[in-house]
Each structure stands twice: as C-alpha cells, then as structure tokens.
Design a protein around this ligand. Structure first.
Ligand SMILES: Nc1nc2c(ncn2[C@@H]2O[C@H](COP(=O)(O)OP(=O)(O)OP(=O)(O)O)[C@@H](O)[C@H]2O)c(=O)[nH]1
Length: 382
C-alpha cells in the first residue's frame, strides 16, 4: 500500500492569497519613478501623457482653488490620480479593476458637466481626437499622435493671456475626455477579462478547464525550449471507481466529491508554481514548474492522502490514482500527456489509490507511450 503518512498541504490564510486583480492601489509614484520597468513603447506614451496631465491639471487645480471652488480642486486632484492609475494599469496589461474604472467615468462626467455649465463648447472638438487617442494608443503612431496633442495643448496655452485662462479648460477637457475614454476602455477590458476567465474555468469546481490546460501546456513547452533546465512536470489524477460512487450515492453527491477534490488541488496550487485544472469528468491535472521528479511525486502522494483524509463519503471510499510525468526534450504535448496517462493507467492497474511516476514504469510501456502520436485516454481499466 502507498505511504499514507505524507504531510498535508497547509491551507494558506485569506490574507496570503493573491488577490491583486481587484485591489485598489494607486501606484502613481511607481508610474513616475520607475517607468524603466515597463516596455519601452509603453514608457514613451505613459511619460508623455503623465507630463501633459501634470502640466494641465496642477495649474487647473490652482485655478479652481483661486476661484474658491474647493470641490473642483479636490476632484481635479483625485482625477489626476485616477487617470494616472488607469493608465498605469492599462499599460501594464493587467485587468483593470472595475470600481476605479467606474469611478473614473463618473468623476470625468462630473467634471465634463462642470465645463459644460461654465460654457466652453468649443472644447468639444477635442472629443473625437481623444477617442482616437484611446484607440490608437497601442499602435505605432501613438507617439506622433501624443506629440500633436501636446503641441495643440501648448499652442492653446500660449495664445491665452492669463495663465489661469480658458485654455486650461480646453486642455482640461481633453484630459477629462481622455479619462472617459480610458474609463470605458477599462470597463470593456475588465469585462473581456472576466469572460475570458469564465471560458477557461470549470463551473462545478471553479478550477481551470481543459482549454486553459492546452494554453498552459503550450506555454510550458515554449518556456522549456528556451530554458531546458527549468523542470516542468504534470500530475494526472483520476477518481477511483467514480461510476460506482455515482451509482451508489447519486450524481449530486458525486459532484460534491469532485468539489472536495478540487479544494485539495487548490491548496496544492497555493504552494506556488503549480496550476490545477479539471480536464475531464473525474480527471484532474496539476502542472508544476521547478519540481524535480521526486518532489513532484511526493506532492502527488500528498494530494492523494489529503483526498483520502477528506472523508467525502460516509464509508470513506473516495480515493484517487495519479500518474506523474516530467517534460523531456523532444516531447510534444500529446507525448507528455500520454506518458502521464500511461503512468495513471499503471496506478489503476496496480490496484488504484496510488501514484506512479514515469521513471517507475517498465521500458516497453515507456516506449509504447512515447511512440504513440496522439493522446488517447485508456478508459479500459480493469
Ligand atoms: N457526478 C458526476 N459524475 C461525472 C461527472 N463527469 C463524469 N462523471 C462520471 O464519472 C464516471 C467515470 O467513470 P469511469 O470512466 O467508468 O471510471 P471509474 O468508474 O472512475 O473507474 P476507474 O477510473 O477505472 O477507477 C462516469 O460514470 C461519469 O458519468 C460529473 O461532472 N459529475
């Protein structure tokens, strides 16, 4: 029997979990102080827009302050931060948090209506231009486009006699509209990101699905070709005699078993450099980076024991079998997964509730696994 004394995977506390996606953090200082961490093309655009924003909004803030418009002064300052934050997130290509995006749009709308009330209708010609800016910003013409914008802004400032004159409102309007554009983009990107996550997630367990697996396997193989010393391995897991569980306890209880197993895999994922997926009905996959064969087998063994300890059914009958295969040079996706599947098959054949690694199977089996061109699950298990 397999060793059942492996240590359980510790569950991380909520505060340790990575939830940066929807965190509201203004990192304007990073935007201005360490732009070198961003790709060069993005640095140019960010710096130009940031400088333009500062040049206009700071005097505009002073103007509103001098006019005794405290609310607008505060809004100006917040607006600057929010636009800077949106830009920062946008150019980092990370999903934009929805609350700040909505905040940007709302705030921009307030400022825009203020400009409308003060009566600066000629500033509206800037709208298509700013929308254009939001659309072309990622393309090669973004630099000349920004230069033109700044030149026009400068011209307007130059032609105005008073430093706190109406020109600030023109360029302020430009920034407001830019804020709206980015806010809308932010919301769209956010929705797109959510849809993309949904399409790669399994609705029952919340784990990533098979589509995500293909992406991740391809990515791992590309990385491995560039860095052959990086250790990549997969653990293919399958619930033992799941059909019998469904038959005896019903489909709903079967679903709960799958959810319970997913919780163990989630904990494994939290160890870092591990991705957990549900790749079929009662089949799961862990993709691990940086684990040599022995530690990876130990991890699989720990998962197996943790599932057993969950006591998911009254008679404590839920077990899993697993096959472990490292990525080797010359493998393609189907060979790698086929090898893991062959190991899993061996684990089932050996009596289930155990883990088999690719370095433990005999030569003939290994050769037959690696000679197959396509990936077929062996479902004819004894
Ligand atoms: N409850 C539930 N059952 C599922 C789900 N997806 C697949 N199944 C069931 O999983 C069972 C898989 O059974 P088999 O492929 O025969 O394998 P097994 O009974 O687990 O036997 P071994 O793999 O050989 O240990 C089938 O009865 C499917 O109906 C699901 O989402 N929920």
């Amino acid at each position: 029997m397999p060793d059942s004394k492996s240590r359980s995977i510790p569950l991380k506390s909520g505060s340790e979990k990575n939830n940066t996606n929807f965190e509201f953090q203004i990192d304007l200082w990073a935007l201005l102080s360490s732009p070198d961490k961003l790709p060069e093309s993005q640095q140019k655009v960010i710096l130009l827009v940031s400088v333009a924003a500062f040049l206009v909004i700071i005097p505009s803030t002073m103007y509103h302050y001098n006019q005794g418009q405290i609310l607008l002064t505060v809004l100006d300052a917040i607006f600057l931060l929010v636009v800077g934050y949106s830009l920062y997130q946008y150019f980092r290509k990370t999903p934009l948090p929805l609350p700040p995006a909505i905040f940007t749009v709302t705030l921009s709308a307030i400022l825009l209506s203020n400009i409308y009330v003060q009566g600066v209708p000629s500033s509206y010609w800037l709208f298509p231009m700013i929308m254009g800016h939001a659309i072309v910003v990622k393309k090669s013409i973004s630099l000349p486009y920004n230069l033109i914008m700044i030149t026009i802004g400068g011209f307007l400032l130059y032609n105005n006699t008073g430093i706190f004159g109406i020109a600030f409102e023109f360029v302020g309007a430009a920034l407001v509209l830019m804020g709206i554009s980015y806010g809308i983009l932010a919301i769209l990107l956010n929705l797109q990101h959510r849809l993309s996550i949904q399409s790669k997630s399994d609705s029952l367990t919340g784990l990533k699905n098979r589509r995500y697996m293909s992406e991740q396997i391809t990515q791992a193989m590309t990385d491995f070709l560039d860095n052959p010393e990086s250790a990549y391995g997969v653990v293919m897991l399958d619930v033992d005699l799941f059909k019998a569980i469904n038959d005896e306890y019903g489909h709903a209880q079967g679903d709960n078993v799958l959810i319970g197993i997913a919780s163990v895999l989630n904990r494994a994922e939290e160890l870092g450099n591990i991705k957990a997926m549900r790749i079929g009905g009662e089949e799961f996959l862990l993709l691990a980076k940086g684990f040599q064969p022995s530690p990876l087998k130990r991890l699989a063994e720990t998962v197996r024991v943790d599932v057993e300890k969950l006591n998911l059914l009254p008679d404590n009958s839920v077990t899993i079998s697993a096959g472990v295969a490292m990525l080797e040079l010359g493998f393609d996706e189907s060979k790698w997964l086929k090898l893991a599947d062959t190991c899993l098959y061996e684990a089932k054949r050996g009596g289930r509730n155990q883990v088999v690694s690719s370095n433990e199977i005999d030569e003939a089996l290994l050769a037959s696994a690696l000679n197959e061109n396509s990936y077929h699950r062996c479902k004819s298990r004894a």
